[in-house]
Design a protein around this ligand. Structure first.
Ligand SMILES: C[S@@+](CC[C@H](N)C(=O)[O-])C[C@H]1O[C@@H](n2cnc3c(N)ncnc32)[C@H](O)[C@@H]1O
Length: 216
């Protein structure tokens, strides 16, 4: 993603009630932030926030946290919330490579939407579905790890399927053309809107890993 620095973004983010500024302090205690026992769903690489904001508004009994590493991108999500009140939504402005430092046994579901493909083999370890990331997600889940992925990038999709299956995830839903699969409740991300309007096919996979069986 090409990035333009946004002047003052860091300051706005630091002041926003939607942003958890030191996620390390809340490890294992996120229910306190939301003040309820509802499930917590994460979106990693949340970008400008369209997906997670709409999800949170449509599902008040689920808590949502979006992680985005660039303040110049996250600021766009914060701006969208200016005249809204969405109590079940928070953001973290950090690199998800450190995700194990932020959460422990408290996440129910991870969304990976239109993750950066990192096409060069030498950058494969940066893909959010690489072994390295999948292993770091493991301890943050409350129960069985559960991930939903959408992308328009066929190579990343194929790589992700291999990586997930290699890490003992089981596929519970899969579409090779999500927008022509009869689903009615799909919430589009910014990238999804852009690429599907240009004719791209959207891939989706939902996977779970039975931790109980595997760890025995
Ligand atoms: C291609 S964009 C997609 C944004 C959004 N999910 C969408 O579908 O419109 C990928 C986003 O993931 C963020 N990202 C990539 N790697 C990340 C990481 N390790 N930690 C946090 N954010 C990351 C990037 O900064 C970028 O905003």
């Amino acid at each position: 993603m090409r990035l333009r620095k946004v002047k003052g973004a860091k300051e706005v983010i630091l002041k926003s009630d939607y942003v958890i500024n030191d996620p390390r302090l809340f490890k294992g205690k996120y229910k306190k932030i939301f003040n309820n026992e509802n499930p917590i769903h994460l979106e990693i690489g949340t970008g400008k926030g369209k997906f997670i904001i709409e999800k949170a508004m449509n599902n008040p009994s689920i808590n949502y946290i979006g992680i985005e590493k660039y303040d110049s991108v996250l600021i766009r999500a914060i701006e969208k919330l200016e005249n809204l009140s969405v109590p079940n939504l928070r953001f973290i402005n950090e690199d998800a490579i450190n995700i194990e430092l932020f959460f422990e046994s408290e996440i129910d579901l991870i969304y990976l939407n239109f993750s950066d493909p990192w096409p060069k083999v030498r950058h494969a370890h940066r893909r959010l579905t690489s072994d390295r990331f999948l292993k770091r997600y493991e301890p943050i889940f409350l129960a069985n790890p559960h991930i939903i992925i959408k992308t328009d990038n066929q190579s990343l999709f194929e790589y992700s399927l291999k990586s997930l299956v290699g890490n003992d995830y089981k596929i519970i839903d899969l579409s090779l053309d999500l927008h022509n699969s009869g689903i009615s409740d799909n919430i589009m991300t910014e990238y999804e809107e852009k690429f599907s309007s240009m004719g791209a096919t959207i891939y989706m996979v939902e996977v779970v890993r039975n931790r109980h069986l595997i760890d025995e």
